[in-house]
Design a protein around this ligand. Structure first.
Ligand code: URP
Ligand code: ZN
Ligand code: ZN
Length: 466
């Protein structure tokens, strides 16, 4: 299959230029002005459109047994949602619980994805307990191409690790050259504060944020950074939500700890007043770390534009209204999470780039190129270069639309951004040279997605912007 994307404006993390892109098979074969179309080529007219490298979501949950239920998506639904929103690859968290075998969990997560995803995917392997067997299994999992770990400093007794387990995990990560991603909240403080609030009759979703205050996240971030320093491992804070945690992470970066920062879509655009809404309306917005006071937003946007927040993911984790209502009698029972995979690109474009908070260059870097670099996918992904995978988003900046659960492909009965306007959307999306989305509709091949096997990365600070 030969495709020629003609007349578009290419925007990458490096540059903006008008050029055509020739795709032969699964790869980009040529980039240049006025490229002639080979006889067998399908020509995509990109006049007036922007041409981006496929966007990569570094933090999603698809199969997730959590809080007495399961997140709603499958790889079939999530990948179609990702693609119509311009995301051509995602990294899913493999999250066996503490009681489960790591390798059995890994095989299960792989099996759920295989043959079902319409876009490419990779995994972060969660380490939820530590012993000799786990260590041997983690070595095997890294050899299999899953070259990043995940640890939770929260969710005590379920996914959470002790400090001792974190230490051993990071020692292994440092030895293997594997980056470790971390959910940074102090589990003990959260548990104690939750019990105090419930005992005082404070049971609604508006008490979720006070049970995990900003200092609880700052402490988790500081502790993670300290353990990175002690072990020499490379780390990545996931879904950072507030200024105190940001300051903790930036202080660690300033003293050359090898630490990178992810924030996620909800924390740039939503605030805690959403989770203070009455009943299930508030429960829809319960996630961890929680939505914060709006006063945190400027710091997040400025750091994103400056490049000290490195990436933007989603922490996509859909639970429907019935599942959210499991927490009607106690906020501690509300399944934590919100969807976002389908909307990240359009919302960050509209409320970041179009509102002047984010440059086009940083937009591409944070949502595509930097996740690819950090997680061993670059330059195959995250770039428009000859030889790279032909994952391309031809973006229509003139499109105007409104987000709604009634039209989304995500398998959920609500959307946290219901009614939000978008000013642009993908017109054409390709995955390794195949058109998977046309005019906002999935038109492709369901099983096209492949697992992206990755080699351990040895991080060099000059390359990754710390
Ligand atoms: O609330 C959240 N974030 N749910 C998903 C699990 C996690 O902590 O990432
Ligand atoms: Zn988390
Ligand atoms: Zn998550």
């Amino acid at each position: 299959m030969t495709l020629l994307i003609k007349g578009g404006e290419i925007i990458t993390a490096k540059e903006r230029k008008r050029a055509d892109v020739l795709i032969e098979g699964e790869r980009i074969a040529a980039i240049g002005t006025d490229l002639a179309a080979p006889l067998d080529a399908e020509v995509i007219d990109a006049t007036g459109k922007l041409v981006f490298p496929g966007f990569i979501d570094p933090h999603v949950h698809i199969h997730l047994p959590f809080m007495a239920t399961f997140a709603k998506d499958t790889h079939a639904t999530a990948s179609r949602a990702a693609l119509v929103g311009g995301t051509t690859a995602y990294i899913e968290m493999v999250c066996p619980s503490r009681g489960e075998d790591a390798l059995a969990g890994y095989e299960l997560w792989k099996q759920k994805a295989e043959g079902n995803s319409a876009c490419d995917y990779a995994f972060h392997m969660a380490v939820t307990r530590w012993n000799e067997k786990t260590e041997a299994q983690l070595r095997e999992i890294v050899r299999d191409g899953t070259a990043s770990f995940k640890i939770f400093l929260s969710y005590k007794d379920f996914f959470g690790v002790t400090d001792e387990e974190m230490f051993h995990t990071l020692k292994l990560a440092a030895e293997l050259g594997v980056i470790t991603t971390a959910h940074c909240e102090n589990a003990e403080l959260v548990g104690q504060l939750q019990q105090e609030l419930l005992a005082a009759g404070k049971i609604g979703p508006e008490w979720h944020e006070p049970s995990r205050p900003e200092f609880v996240e700052a402490e988790g971030t500081t502790r993670f950074a300290t353990f990175l320093e002690a072990t020499g491992a490379a780390g990545y804070v996931v879904h950072l939500s507030c200024r105190p945690a940001l300051e903790a992470a930036l202080a660690a970066k300033a003293r050359r700890v090898r630490l990178w920062i992810e924030s996620v879509l909800p924390h740039f655009l939503l605030d805690k007043t959403y989770s203070e809404r009455e009943g299930v309306e508030g429960m829809k917005y319960v996630m961890s770390p929680p939505l914060r006071n709006k006063k945190n937003h400027p710091a997040l946007w400025h750091s994103l534009e400056a490049g000290s927040i490195d990436t933007v993911g989603t922490d996509h984790c859909p639970f429907d209204v019935e599942q959210k209502a499991l927490g009607a009698d106690a906020f501690t029972q509300i399944p934590n999470g919100i969807p976002g995979l389908e909307d990240r690109v359009n919302l960050m474009w509209t409320y970041g780039v179009k509102r002047g908070r984010l440059s086009e260059r940083r937009f591409v870097e944070a949502l595509s190129t930097q996740p690819a670099k950090l997680f061993g996918l670059y330059p195959r992904k995250g770039a428009i270069d000859v030889g790279a995978d032909a994952d391309i988003v031809v973006y229509d900046p003139e499109y105007r639309g409104t987000i709604s659960a009634t039209t989304q492909l995500t398998n959920n009965d609500y959307n946290g951004f219901e009614g939000w306007k978008i000013e642009g959307r993908p017109a054409v999306v390709t995955v390794r040279g195949k058109v998977q989305v046309l005019d906002g509709k999935f038109v492709g091949e369901q099983g096209r997605g492949q697992m992206l096997k990755r080699k351990p990365q040895y991080f060099r600070s000059d390359e990754h912007g710390s």
